[in-house]
Each structure stands twice: as structure tokens, then as C-alpha cells.
Design a protein around this ligand. Sequence first.
Ligand code: KE4
Length: 431
Amino acid sequence: MSTNESLFERAQRVIPGGVNSPVRAFRAVGGTPRFISRAQGAWMIDAEGKRYLDYIGSWGPMILGHGHPAVLEAVQRAALDGFSFGAPTEREIELAEAIIALVPGVEQLRLVSSGTEAGMSALRLARGATGRSTIVKFEGCYHGHADALLVKAGSGLATFGHPTSAGVPAEVVQHTRVLEYNNLAQLEETFAAQGSEIACVMIEPIAGNMNFVRASVPFMTRLRELCTAHGTLLVFDEVMTGFRVALGGAHSVYARLIPGFQADLFVFGKVIGGGMPLAAFGGPKAIMQQLAPLGPVYQAGTLSGNPVATACGLATLREITKPGFYETLATRTRRLVDGLTVAARDAGVPFCGDCEGGMFGFFFGPTLPQNYTQVLATDQARFNRFFHGMLSRGVYLAPALYEAGFVSAAHTDADIDATIEAAAQALRDGA
Ligand code: KE4
């Protein structure tokens, strides 16, 4: 039987870093990645037959758990009718209608194959619709690997962003401003200086790419006001939070906290594909009709709206729209975070956690970070020890401090209890 080590050695000979997406290589936490053979419900089984309670859920999509019978049946049936046609299908209409019915402010949407593609397309659309080039993002937020979004803050607000990746020419990110998340002063300063040039502000409303950091209500309120005052589009990147933190995504959380709140464009992914390659971007008809073939903003994709992926997404949406789904999921996720908090307190370890719906995060430090710099200041070494302490006890958490965690509908109360017990043991043992 192959072991994870032997598979990793073999993988590294033919795939850069042995993985098809960097975070899977365990480089942030060290050690050998687990090569997963199969998964069922809340569990993943690796190549050595070891079982893990899965809190990655494919980084969000597997909200129902693995192998949900209704989803499996829908995918099998769709596959028998054909994998891909390169022509429109009714199911794409059904999925678009289902998403539009759940997200106020989305009148039309386009289906694509990844969150990166959705974010990149939304960005191009915002620029095309406003005729402006400057965009704003926030440090610690990740919107996929489109060139213009692989950028870190310049030395000053007015200066250009600097690429975070080789291969991205400086001129490609010269119109990207990177601000500090939750920093009202920087927001005011940037809009005062450049408001009329800003096409859009793209934000993760709950930032799951720096573990779990919420945009404060004052910050989000002011961001909306400034975008409105300057004709800038507010783009909610809900690839991770959409249909994960609530049926209405993070937008419904902020719409409840901020009367009349409404983002302009939305980016979705992960849950809406149910684990298949499917993402989307959407917004008001007047903006969306700027897209080819109607308007001047080009965007396309061979497998966009793929018939098997849309079957998977629709079957997933049917399950998560059932009464009580999110109440149960949120209660279980909250119990997990509260349990971890008590376990850390009993072990005398500085710890704090947060969650919304089926998404959670935690830090080894006294208070919840409000921005990327504060995330960096938490105890990463202890995070890494804790990760391995849990992995060795059969609990698979995110293999990086900068990632969020996910609970599925397949996680039982017994699974949550077992996870909390594993944490208590790991922390007692010095994780
Ligand atoms: P994809 O291109 O990976 O489908 O989506 C990009 C993306 C866009 N926006 C947000 C808010 C995202 O979280 C992501 C992707 N999330 C990462 C997890 N941090 C995917 C995991 C990976 O890169 O392997």
C-alpha cells in the first residue's frame, strides 16, 4: 500500500510541489500532506487508511458533507445525459434563478468554473461598467490568482501596489490599491484623494483568507457610503462566505446589521458547485448587460455552466434551502468554537475563536484580530503544533494559520464532542 510519504515523493516528481494548489502541500505547518483516497459524510480517509474528521470540506464546498445521496444521484443522472455540450442548457437557467432568488440585488449572473475566474470577471466588468481603472482591495483578503489581485500594499496609499507573485508586471498592479482591513482612516483618505478614479472596492465581508476576520459594522457602513458618493462599485467576494455563513451569505448578515445595506456586484463559488468546478458573478441587470454578447466587456468559458456541475450545485442548493439547515449548522459550529475555547482556557493557553453559520476560525492570542497585521501577531508556532496535535488524533484542520475552517451538515454532535476532546488532549500535551 502506498504511504503518504511515498505518494508525496512521487507527486513531487511530476507536479510542482507535489500539489495542484499550494496550500495543500502543508508548507505552512510542515510535515507530509495526506493523500486522500475517499471521503464520506464528515470523514476523509487517506492512502494509508487513516480516518480524519474533515474541517476543510474542500475549503468550503462540501457543506453537506461528502457523498450526500441526493447530490450523488443528481450528478450520476446528469453525467448519463452528457458531460458538456458547449451549448446552453435549462439547468443553467434553473441554477441562475435559484441563486438570484436567494441574493437581493442580483438580477442576472454568469456561471464560470472557479472563484478566480468569477473574481477576475467581476473586476473586468466593474472597470468596463465605470470606465475607471483603479481598484481597491484589502490586505489579507484573497480573491483568486488573477494578476491584478496578486498585490500587496505599496509604501503609501497613493503609491502603486507591489505584485505578491513573480510573473506579474508592476504595470499590471499599478491601478490596484491595497488598504488595511477595517481601517476607516485609510478608506477616507483613499476616497478623498482618488474616489472619482475608483472602479470598485472588492472585499471579503468576512475574511476567511486571514483565518476569520469580520469587517466591522462602522467600516462596512462607511465603505458603502463612500462607494455610493463616488460612483464606485462595491464588490462582495462571497466565494467562501456565500451560502456558507448563511443562506443569504455574509450579505444577509450585514443587511441585518446595517439598514438598507446593499452591495453592487457579487462573486460566488465553492458551495454553489457542491464540490464540482462551478462559480458565478452577478449583480444588477444594467451592469451585467455590459457583458458580451450584449455589451463591450468580454468574458467566456468552455465549461462555464457545465451540465454535471450545475446538477451538483442545484442538488446542493435544494438541500441547504430546507428549513432549519443553517440553524442546526450554526449551532454545531458555535458549540465547536466554544468547546475549543474552554479546552484552551483549561490548558492555560491564550486562544480566541469566532464563527458564523458553518464557517469558523481561531487564533492563539488573547483577542480576535481585526486586520492582517494583527493575525500575523498571533502565535503561529502554536497554531502549527496544534494542527499536528489534532491531525495525529484524527482531526483534519486547515493546514495554515491564514485559513478558515468549515463544519458540514454531516458532522454530528458526537463528532464535535470528539473534536473538543482531541483539542483538550493536544493542548494538555503542549500543542
Ligand atoms: P478558486 O479559484 O480557488 O476557486 O477561488 C478563489 C477564491 C476567491 N475568493 C475567495 C474569498 C476565496 O477564498 C478563494 C479561494 N479560497 C482558497 C482557500 N483559502 C481555496 C483553496 C486553495 O487555494 O487551494
